[in-house]
Design a protein around this ligand. Structure first.
Ligand code: PXL
Length: 283
């Protein structure tokens, strides 16, 4: 029987037409979780910017206010709003406005800063943008940075490998101090065999971790894949730690399906792992 209370998610990020990231990842993954998913594209690119050259970029900032006005007039609201790659500081302001105008009661606001990795900002971003993204994470129920993004938003040094738990704790506390209620830090590893996510909410005495095996090589787009599955699992009622475990296992399975295919350097074959994600959520 249909459940009239089914939840609706809005995700705001770019469409990289080719390359398996942002909306071409978020929409299929959250939909596969059985959740109605609306999209608001922040820009349209021919490909993502991580390894391609000569991509096209159409900024959609000017279309956003009218879309939000229309939805508000139609009394459309969302049980979760999940933001990823945003193209400008103005878009960050527009997302803050969406948080206040398009949220259903108890709307979960999930912010993935999606702007940097391995110590480096993605093409086109600067330090000022990173700080602005910090203010958006401050409005989030859950902020989902990787270590590079967390360090850039909080003016902590990025020290690559070889950090200890005290560093991770300080980084996470600083993200909470921005205003986020919970921080899920991705790409945490204290040894060469394991990689995972760390979860800390305001008032928690200890960090909770989920680790899985660490592969030799990363894949492009895994941050978006993790974040999308995390949102799907969260909206399905999982706790942040359970959602992080489900999302991490799904992402790892996608990476395993990708390794060995050198022609697939630009993305991750997450589609192959969707049955695993769906099975996990229906357990
Ligand atoms: O996966 C994050 C991402 C999203 N969107 C665009 C990107 C990237 C990372 O490179 O370039 C356009």
């Amino acid at each position: 029987m249909a459940n009239i209370q089914d939840k609706k998610v809005l995700t705001v990020q770019d469409i990289s037409c080719f390359g398996q990231c942002s909306l071409t990842v978020a929409l299929p993954i959250i939909s596969a979780c059985g959740i109605e998913t609306a999209i608001l594209p922040s820009a349209v690119l021919s490909t993502h910017t991580g390894g391609f050259t000569g991509w096209t970029f159409r900024d959609l900032t000017d279309d956003i206010p009218a879309i939000v006005d229309h939805w508000e007039k139609q009394k459309i609201s969302f049980d979760a709003i999940y933001t990823g790659y945003l193209g400008s500081k103005r878009q960050i302001e527009l997302v803050k406005d969406m948080f206040s105008r398009l949220s259903a009661p108890e709307c979960l606001k999930v912010v993935d800063p999606a702007m940097a990795d391995n110590g480096t900002l993605y093409y086109g971003f600067d330090e000022a943008f990173a700080h602005e993204m910090g203010t958006l994470c401050g409005k989030a129920d859950i902020a989902l940075p990787n270590i590079t993004e967390a360090a850039m938003m909080t003016d902590m040094p990025y020290i690559g490998e070889g950090y200890d738990e005290a560093y991770i704790r300080k980084l996470m506390e600083k993200v909470l101090a921005l205003g986020a209620k919970t921080v899920v830090l991705t790409g945490v590893s204290y040894n060469k065999n394991e990689l995972g996510a760390a979860v800390l909410s305001r008032g928690d005495a200890e960090i909770s971790y989920y680790f899985h095996e660490r592969l030799d090589k990363g894949c492009h787009g895994t941050g978006d894949i993790f974040a999308s599955a995390f949102v799907g699992a969260l909206v399905k009622g999982k706790t942040p730690l359970e959602a992080a475990r489900i999302a991490a296992d799904f992402t790892l399975a996608g990476m395993k399906a990708t390794r060995g295919d050198d022609t697939h350097w630009y993305g991750t074959k997450f589609e192959k792992a969707l049955p695993l994600l769906v099975g996990e959520l229906n357990k």
